[in-house]
Design a protein around this ligand. Structure first.
Ligand code: FMN
Length: 396
């Protein structure tokens, strides 16, 4: 799908990268025939005047909520519903904070309050310390959780010598345009996608359990991507402190047995099943219903294995595409190919938690993807959000 003749609302906020946007508008209008309406915040106008964007877009730049020569008072709101895409570039920490907290105190933030999250994109650009600020991180995560699209900044030299190198540079024109192109394309429309994420807990009494340190971040990232590409998504999520995205149908489970039952219930519905959950593979043979008293704690804990959910799904698979994750620290390719075959999978994504940036709970991951015909695709270290996009693109 292309961006041809798409109506784009382009919000400019007060970041130094604003000077790059004139060129972006030229690409979107000349190469993709987009109709662009620009909105500038007060701060944005401190950096550049509306004239340049008016000239490149061919449309009047909107700056004021309360225009003197208003013809129809709700025109700004109508513009949002009539547009296909709402892109904020550069997006300041401030605009992210406002949207995440429901603040509508100027024209841009008010228009954003009426936009659909799935059509709205924030191309972030800021100083690296702002980017790492915990309040900003929380606000950004809140946008992601609510279905907004984030175009992450790049690493590199920042605006001034004092800022030096770091993350914060506005993504390149190509990255921004490609993100709009692929998001506009809904290749998973009408597809049912079942995703599992997080750990499971295998209780030995009413309070103690065996588990692992998975956080569910990968499963949540996959669910967000699948939703972005137009899929009907169900997420089966093990116990985690990370709250699942509000716009995604989430089934919460605790034990591997719960997860197995939940997956089986949804299996016939699904066209694609991605098992990213770190299902705990050992459990105590006996679970006491009450807390075991300290003096009764057994010296030896008898353990058994939990049900291998992927293996079971591989046996009953019909037309579904079945994707598994494996955690391997030795002979990872050989062992993963064995798993892929034994479990009748279409793809396996191999994690090595010993690789830098690939640990449980990290925001990044370093993986190798292996296809049914044993094609091996090494992926570089990337964010889990980007990896989720790449995994789904591979399945389409
Ligand atoms: C020279 C200069 C450069 C700035 N660059 C950025 C930036 O890249 N990202 C950012 O979040 N804020 C940046 N700021 C701060 C914002 O302009 C400021 O937070 C402002 O309130 C944002 O308003 P707005 O979001 O309504 O446009 C910069 C400020 C100055 C003076």
């Amino acid at each position: 799908m292309n961006l041809n003749n798409k109506k784009i609302l382009l919000g400019l906020t007060g970041g130094i990268a604003i000077y790059k946007i004139a060129s972006l508008i030229r690409r979107l209008t000349n190469d993709h025939n987009c109709d662009i309406n620009v909105i500038m915040t007060k701060s944005a106008q401190e950096f550049m005047t509306p004239l340049i964007f008016e000239t490149f877009s061919g449309n009047k730049v909107l700056t004021d909520m309360f225009e003197k020569e208003r013809v129809v008072s709700t025109r700004h709101i109508d513009l949002v519903s009539q547009s296909d895409i709402f892109l904020i570039a550069p997006a300041t920490a401030n605009i992210v904070g406002k949207v995440a907290n429901g603040i509508a105190d100027d024209l841009l933030s008010t228009m954003l309050m009426t936009s659909k999250p799935e059509n709205t994109f924030f191309a972030l650009a800021m100083n690296k310390n702002m980017y790492h600020n915990p309040f900003f991180t929380e606000n950004k995560e809140s946008l992601i959780k609510n279905g907004y699209n984030i175009i992450e900044p790049e690493k590199g030299k920042l605006a001034t010598n004092i800022e030096g190198e770091g993350i914060g540079r506005l993504a390149s024109e190509n990255v921004i345009i490609n993100t709009l192109l692929s998001a506009n394309d809904k290749p998973l429309r009408d597809k049912n996608i079942l995703i599992t994420g997080g750990p499971t807990r295998e209780y030995l009494d009413s309070v103690r359990f065996i588990s692992n340190s998975s956080t569910g971040k990968m499963g949540i990232a996959l669910a967000n991507s699948a939703k972005k590409y137009g899929g009907n998504v169900k997420l089966i999520l093990g116990p985690t402190s990370i709250s699942p995205p509000k716009n995604i149908d989430t089934i919460s489970v605790v034990s591997s047995e719960n997860m197995y039952k939940a997956v089986l219930e949804q299996f016939d519905w699904a066209d694609i099943v991605i098992m990213s959950a770190a299902v705990e593979d050992i459990k105590p043979t006996i679970k006491k219903s009450k807390k075991i008293k300290k003096f009764d704690i057994p010296k030896i804990l008898n353990l058994t294995t939990t049900k291998d959910i992927l293996l079971e799904l591989g046996k009953i698979k019909k037309d579904q595409i079945l994707v598994g994750f494996s955690v391997e620290t030795e002979n990872k390719i050989h062992n993963s190919i064995e798993k892929l075959k034994k479990k009748n999978l279409d793809y396996i994504i191999v994690n090595d938690p010993n690789e830098k940036g690939a640990a449980f709970g990290s925001d990044t991951n370093k993986t190798t993807m292996i296809t049914k015909d044993e094609k091996i695709i090494e992926k570089k270290l990337m964010t889990k959000n980007k990896l989720a996009d790449e995994i789904l693109k591979m399945l389409i």
